[in-house]
Design a protein around this ligand. Structure first.
Ligand code: PLP
Length: 404
């Protein structure tokens, strides 16, 4: 048996911005006995999840489901559509955009990073006009793809993907648009077809509330056409065989059967709540969280109110306070995990996840743990964030949940 003697009583508060807490309904579904992935029952499950997931991406196009983490789906997006030496424009919103670029380089692509200088670029979303200007200069269409992160999990900044699409169109450029919404999907509104995205990359362990282990490529017909001539080596990630077999609900290899049971349950839960209600719940909790941070007198990492993430809030520490030491105090005293500052933000901030299986009281407990921990760490707070969040939640009552 796994020894979990460091979680003595009650539930651990997993308030990192993914993996997010897995609801009991999903845990139960994942625990169903594994079935034959070539048998008739599986085919029905496959068709159910392949069709259901399209509603979450808001697409009529194929969505490929990999038994892999999000990083695998990043690789799949690049290797299916591009050839060695292809020029790719990426945009630096934070740590995950940086990792995706590193991967593109490792795969033999020629990358170019756009973005605002220094830390400023990590506090705002994609500046679409920079993409437009760059593409206008590329009159011979050497740039084959534009890659952006929709919800930058390292910062709590969301980018306007429709504006990126408009920028590419305004420049009259044929580059593919690839978007990472690994932490945005099912928490923030996302429209693969309407926004003209060619490959959308996502994962299971965030808004979909599943354990880690499956990831996605939603593709466009233009991306599929590109995959016919793309020369980067691919085998496991190749769309062609998967999409062909998915037509009957099967995979060319053994899929993550039990996580797909969980996915069917997650889709049921999300569609039961309604996608718009799910997004509104995330916005409301995120707003209350930000009110708490402001009342503490601390700075929110994201400085553009239009780009505030509904998924997580990045909290900057005052000069001289080590954010990792604060996180450690909170973990040891209150059994709660918060996200660390990553890359350029290491030690300077922590991240509060408020995604997936989250409601008013899980947020309030989270903020209470933060407030107590900040005080234990000697951070001078301007006021009670807990009180401010309660006031915000009461002001923005959730219509279907609250009875006055
Ligand atoms: N992109 C973003 C925005 C992420 O948040 C993450 C993980 O947190 C990844 C990519 C990498 O995904 P994974 O850790 O599932 O491989």
């Amino acid at each position: 048996m796994l020894k979990l003697d460091f979680h003595p009583a009650g539930r651990h508060f997993l308030q990192i911005p993914g993996p997010s807490p897995v609801p009991d309904r999903i845990l139960r579904a994942v625990s169903y006995p594994t079935i034959d992935h070539r048998g008739p029952e599986f085919g029905a499950l496959g068709l159910q999840v392949l069709s259901g997931i399209k509603k979450i991406f808001k697409t009529e196009q194929p969505v490929v489901i990999y038994p892999a983490s999000g990083t695998g789906a990043w690789e799949a997006a690049l290797t299916n559509t591009l050839s060695p030496g292809d020029h790719v424009v990426m945009y630096e919103t934070g740590h995950f955009a940086t990792l995706w670029k590193k991967m593109a380089e490792a795969l033999g692509l020629k990358t170019e990073f756009l973005g605002l200088p220094g830390i400023e670029g990590w506090r705002r979303g994609v500046q679409a006009q920079m993409i437009e200007e760059r593409l206008r200069q590329d009159t011979t269409h050497q740039i084959k793809a534009v890659c952006v992160v929709h919800n930058e999990t390292s910062t709590g900044v969301t980018s306007n993907i429709a504006a990126v699409r408009q920028a590419i169109d305004a420049a009259g450029h044929p580059a593919l648009l690839m978007v990472d919404t690994i932490s945005g999907l099912a928490s923030a509104d996302y429209r693969h077809d309407e926004w003209g995205v060619d490959v959308t990359v996502s994962g299971s362990q965030k808004g979909l509330m599943l354990p880690p282990g499956i990831s996605f490529n939603a593709v466009s017909q233009k991306a599929i056409a590109a995959s016919k001539t793309a020369k980067l080596p691919k085998a496991f990630w190749g769309w062609e065989d998967i999409i062909a077999m998915n037509a009957t609900g099967y995979w060319p290899y053994t899929p993550s059967t039990n996580l797909l049971f969980g996915l069917a349950e997650a889709l049921d839960m999300i569609m039961g709540e309604g996608l718009d209600n799910t997004f509104a719940r995330h916005q409301r909790l995120a707003d209350a969280c930000r009110q708490a941070v402001k009342a503490w007198g601390l700075e929110i990492q994201c400085v553009d109110t239009e780009a505030y993430s509904p998924v997580l809030t990045g909290v900057m520490m005052p000069e001289g306070i080590d954010a990792d030491a604060v996180r450690k105090i909170i973990y040891q005293n209150f059994d709660m995990s918060l996200g660390a500052g990553l890359g350029k933000m290491k030690g300077k901030m922590f991240r509060i996840g408020h995604l997936g299986e989250a409601n008013d009281l899980t947020l309030m407990a989270t903020l209470t743990g933060c407030e107590m921990g900040l005080q234990l760490a000697g951070v001078k707070l301007a006021g009670s964030g807990v009180q401010a969040a309660m006031t915000a939640l009461m002001r923005n009552k959730s219509p279907e949940r609250m009875v006055a």
